[in-house]
Design a protein around this ligand. Structure first.
Ligand code: UDP
Ligand code: MG
Length: 336
C-alpha cells in the first residue's frame, strides 16, 4: 500500500472548507478505484484562524478517521503552515494544496501518474494565465519573476505554484532546509529533483477572500529575493564604486577648470546636491545591509517555525477519555 498525505494550510477558510472536503473525497475515492494501492490521509493545518475553521476540522475528524489536523497558537503564515504539514505528514507521497479550490483536486490523478512512473519526483501546476487578477498585480508578479531569475542562481518558474505532488524523498529534502525565513517557491526549486509542470488556466477562489494584500505580496517578494540572492548587497557595493568614480572625475574637472581657466567654482548648490545624493546612497546601502543582518539575526535566534496548540491526536484522546468517563458514570448510576 502507498499512503498519500494531502496537506492543506488554512487561514479563515470556514466558507470553503466543506466544499473542499467534498471535492477532495470525490477525487481521492476515484483515485482509489483507479489505483487500488493508494491510501489517503488529509492533514489540515489551522494557521491561527479567527473563524470556525478549527470547529470544522474537529467535525471532519469525527466523521473521517483519515482526517488529521494541527492547529497553531496564532497566525504564523502560509509558509509555516506548509512546513508543519510536511513535517507531520506520514505518506510515501505528499500533496500540498490550498483550501480555496484554486488548486483543483481534479489534477491529482494526472499528477500521480507522473510521480508513480518514477520518472518524476514532483508534479506541479503552472498557471499560464492570470485571469481574475488585476493588471498591476500581474505586471508586478511578472517583473518579480524576471528580476529574481536574473539575480538568483535558483530558477523560479513564472506561474509555478505551491500545488505539488511530491515523493517522500523530495519532502525530506525540503524539510532538511530548516531556515526560519521560508520562501517556498525558492525552496522547492533549490532542492532540485525532476519536476513535471502541468499548465492550466488560473481558477478563481471558490469562496471566502484572499489573505494577501498587495503590500503583503510586495514584502513577500522582497523577502524571496533576499532569501535566495545576495545580489542587492553586490549592487550596493557597485553603487558605492560608481559614486566614487563620479566624485573623482568631478574633482579632476574642477581642478583643471580652476588652474587652467581660472574659473571660480560655484560651490554652494553643487555641494548641497552631492551631499544629498551621497548620503542618500549611503543610507540606502546601509539599509540593504541592515535587511540581511536582520534576517541573519532572526535565523540565529533559532525560533521554532510554528507552535501547535491542538492536534487531532489531542482532540481524539480527550474525546475518548470523556466518553469513557461518562460510560463509567453511567455504569455507576446503573449499579445504584
Ligand atoms: N493561508 C494560510 N495562512 C495565511 C494566509 C493564507 O495558511 O496566513 C492559506 C489559505 O488558507 C489558503 C492558501 O494559504 O489555503 C492560499 O491563500 P490565499 O488563497 O489567500 O492566497 P492566494 O491564492 O490569493 O495566493
Ligand atoms: Mg487562493
Amino acid at each position: 500500500m502507498k499512503l498519500v498525505s494531502i496537506v492543506v494550510p488554512c487561514y479563515n477558510e470556514e466558507e470553503v472548507l466543506p466544499m473542499f472536503y467534498d471535492e477532495i473525497i470525490k477525487v481521492t475515492d476515484g483515485m482509489k478505484v483507479q489505483y487500488p494501492e493508494l491510501e489517503f490521509e488529509f492533514l489540515f493545518v489551522n494557521d491561527g484562524s479567527k473563524d470556525k475553521t478549527l470547529e470544522i476540522f474537529r467535525s471532519l475528524a469525527d466523521r473521517d478517521k483519515r482526517v488529521r489536523y494541527i492547529s497553531f497558537s496564532r497566525n504564523f503564515g502560509k509558509e509555516s503552515g506548509m512546513y508543519a504539514g510536511l513535517k507531520n505528514s506520514k505518506g510515501d507521497f505528499v500533496v500540498v494544496m490550498d483550501a480555496d479550490l484554486q488548486h483543483p483536486p481534479s489534477f491529482l490523478p494526472e499528477m500521480y501518474s507522473y510521480v508513480r512512473s518514477g520518472e518524476y519526483d514532483c508534479a506541479t501546476t503552472r498557471r499560464v494565465s492570470r485571469k481574475g487578477e488585476s493588471k498591476i498585480r500581474s505586471w508586478f508578479a511578472r517583473k518579480f519573476y524576471s528580476i529574481m531569475n536574473k539575480i538568483s542562481q535558483t530558477e523560479i518558474v513564472d506561474g509555478a505554484q505551491d500545488f505539488r505532488f511530491m515523493t517522500r524523498q523530495m519532502v525530506d529534502a525540503i524539510l532538511s532546509m530548516s531556515e526560519y525565513n521560508r520562501f517556498s517557491k525558492g525552496i522547492f526549486s533549490w532542492v532540485g529533483f525532476n519536476v513535471k509542470y502541468i499548465e492550466y488556466e488560473n481558477v478563481e477562489r471558490a469562496a471566502g477572500s484572499t489573505a494577501w494584500s498587495f503590500w503583503g505580496l510586495f514584502k513577500y517578494s522582497l523577502e524571496g529575493i533576499m532569501a535566495f540572492s545576495t545580489a542587492p548587497l553586490a549592487i550596493s557595493s557597485l553603487l558605492g564604486i560608481i559614486s566614487c568614480v563620479i566624485a573623482f572625475i568631478l574633482m579632476i574637472v574642477t581642478i583643471i577648470k580652476t588652474i587652467a581657466f581660472g574659473e571660480a567654482v560655484a560651490g554652494y548648490p553643487t555641494t548641497i546636491c552631492i551631499i544629498f545624493l551621497l548620503s542618500g546612497l549611503q543610507l540606502f546601502c546601509t539599509g540593504i545591509l541592515g535587511q540581511y543582518l536582520s534576517k541573519t539575526y532572526l535565523e540565529t535566534k533559532n525560533r521554532p517555525i510554528y507552535i501547535a496548540k491542538e492536534t487531532d491526536e489531542i482532540y481524539r484522546s480527550s474525546k475518548k477519555s470523556n466518553t469513557e468517563k461518562s460510560d463509567e458514570e453511567e455504569s455507576h448510576t446503573d449499579k445504584n
